[in-house]
Design a protein around this ligand. Structure first.
Ligand SMILES: [Mg+2]
Length: 243
């Protein structure tokens, strides 16, 4: 591995995005159902939302369409869940989605190893790009709240750029902005297709972030160049030194 630049995924790679999900849904439903006039049981609704979320995000076409407007997506999920319970209530769905969004924003944190890694790579003058799918306003908010823009020479957000990972235009745009060829760059992220396989097909080095230490899924067609559990492992790669 002789790389000169790095491309980073954001959610669940630098930022603990999934950590507060279940608790935030529970708290949002508990809070909003207490104020609703028609006595919907929050625990029943939370369970219906969990089921609906799996179905909702499981369809790749719907995933691509909805993830660029997350507040809208969360509202749709709650609407479907309430309908599933035979209790349609669009106003309650909107209130829960807004409450949930606020809670998620409040609890989202960078992983403890993120800042040290970015600061070290920056100190060494290594060009860095942030390549993230999703909603422009949500992703910009995360970047601003955690003061991440200072580390990156390129920031590519699906909701701003028009297409997202794994479209090769995304990686090519980041590389072009950094002035790098695919063979000179490494991409690290938690999504095996978006952050590893697709960049590898273009000639980048693909590093899979496996924070949970679960290992590759059985029979995985994707073979990362490297699997890491912490960003500390990237700081130690001597070959990353600027050449
Ligand atoms: Mg991710």
């Amino acid at each position: 591995m002789n790389v000169k630049a790095l491309l980073f995924d954001l959610d669940d790679t630098l930022l603990d995005y999934s950590g507060g999900v279940d608790r935030s849904w529970t708290e949002a439903c508990t809070s909003c159902c207490a104020e609703a006039p028609d006595g919907i049981d929050p625990a029943t609704l939370v369970a219906a939302i969990a089921e609906t979320r799996r179905w909702f995000w499981d369809d790749p076409v719907r995933h691509r369409r909805e993830r660029v407007n997350m507040l809208g997506a969360w509202e749709h999920i709650v609407e479907f869940a309430l309908e599933r319970l035979g209790r349609p209530a669009p106003d309650l769905a909107a209130a829960i989605a807004r409450d949930y969004a606020a809670r998620r924003r409040a609890v989202m944190r960078l992983f403890p190893d993120s800042l040290a890694c970015l600061m070290e790579l920056r100190r060494r003058g290594i060009p860095l790009a942030l390549v993230t799918n999703g909603d422009a306003s949500q992703q910009r908010y995360k970047i601003e709240r955690h003061d991440l823009a200072r580390f990156f020479d390129a920031i590519v957000i699906e909701g701003e750029f028009g297409v997202g990972k794994p479209d090769e235009a995304v990686y090519r745009h980041a590389l072009k902005t950094l002035g790098m060829t695919p063979g000179e760059a490494l991409m690290v992220g938690d999504h095996l297709e978006w952050d590893v396989a697709a960049p590898q097909r273009l000639g980048l080095t693909g590093v899979w972030m496996d924070r949970g230490g679960l290992g590759l899924p059985h029979g995985s067609a994707v073979q990362p160049h490297r699997i890491i559990r912490s960003l500390d492992e990237l700081r130690g790669v001597r070959e990353l030194a600027r050449s």
